[in-house]
Write a protein that binds this ligand. Sequence first.
Ligand SMILES: Cc1cc2nc3c(=O)[nH]c(=O)nc-3n(C[C@H](O)[C@H](O)[C@H](O)COP(=O)(O)OP(=O)(O)OC[C@H]3O[C@@H](n4cnc5c(N)ncnc54)[C@H](O)[C@@H]3O)c2cc1C
Length: 424
Amino acid sequence: MDFDYSPQVQALRQRLEAFMDRYVLPYNAAWHRSVAQAVFPPPFMEDLKALAKAEGLWNLFLPGLRPDEPGLRLSNLEYAPLAEIMGRLPWASEVFNCSAPDTGNMELLHLFATPEQNQRWLRPLLEGQIRSAFAMSEPDVASSDPTNLQTRVRQDGDAWVLNGRKWFVTGAAHPNCQLLIVMCRSADEEAAKHARHSMLLVPMDTPGVTLERNIAIMQHHTPEGHCEIVFRDVRLPLSNLLGQPGAGFAMAQARLGPGRVHHCMRTIGQCELALALMCERTLERHLFGKYLADFANVQEWIAESRLEIDQARLLVLRAAWRLDRGQQIEARSDVAAIKVVTARLQTRVVNRAMQVFGAMGLSPDTPLAYFWTWGRALQLLDGPDEVHLRSVARHELAQARETRGATAAYFTTPEQLLAEPRIR
Ligand SMILES: Cc1cc2nc3c(=O)[nH]c(=O)nc-3n(C[C@H](O)[C@H](O)[C@H](O)COP(=O)(O)OP(=O)(O)OC[C@H]3O[C@@H](n4cnc5c(N)ncnc54)[C@H](O)[C@@H]3O)c2cc1C
């Protein structure tokens, strides 16, 4: 395993850092002001996107882009350090057309869309002309177990008819959000449990689609929203089915791997920033006759944060590397692991930084309070920690079943002590 950044990736990192410093960071305060005044997206966003596109810093994430599709065709491993840089500023990914949930949705469309669906949805997404959302979770059922999902689609002549309620649909309140990819139940008990759901492409402006509210996450709203949406007798052409009927789960699996790597690397970018903020603050703040940096407990927080961030980054890079090599089984376990590790990392590292900043750490004057909230949300979004831990445990147990008995020689029970050595 070699996770050294290639010369191409090094050069891209430098270009991306320079672009962030020169064009994006200077707009950070203006972005917050604009959102506070309910002007979203801020007027400068399209200019920044055009600039990033012109500089070739566009669609950095999708490895399998076709020759006529705009983007850099980087592998997951190559993209990871770039996601880390963009992640430091939660709104920056949109500038480079790399924001969730569009990246996952583009990945999905790239894999499963028909040529017509491609033209209608993937192309404008790749060009950054529209945005999209992914609607799976429902208020009425435990959505950690997606076989529970009840939103229902049935065929009526030459149309699908969709009914149900979804919530926490990230991105649906963005004014440019034109597409919802909706996971819905399309078959009854006769089909296997994981073959009962399909994905439908639902234009946001279809009659019967109602955005009921943007749900606040721990007291604050995000401008692009985590929305509750109702579908009442929504009629859609049959051609709006994505992939095969009943293939919803298989397709969702394909979507989630790279998307989680992106989330995790953005998280690591935020943790790095929290650590940098923490260190600077400790060098400035003076109390009880010394600087905060001189207190042993603070040094320990700094050191622990560095160790934990580096451990997490290596694990994420390994997951990306395995995805690139098509090691599906190992990659699936790694992807589950990084989802848990980085969400916990974020709340821990940011919590220490908030403590170092005192009361200011809880205010909106630093990015820390937002980062902490996001870390907390990460323990749920894209599936709660427990579901991912279960995947890791299942992988371990499957391996143990295959090699069962291999640990026998390590026992020193009375029977073993009496047994003659046996050369295998
Ligand atoms: C900020 C944010 C953004 C989101 N964005 C989206 C989105 O864009 N699209 C979308 O469809 N959904 C989205 N979600 C929803 C998210 O995916 C669900 O909240 C998550 O899958 C859990 O489902 P649930 O809330 O129904 O919890 P439930 O399924 O009711 O689970 C409740 C709790 O049960 C426990 N649990 C679950 N499974 C196990 C297990 N196997 N073993 C032990 N304990 C377990 C966990 O502690 C879990 O928190 C978002 C959520 C948040 C917070």
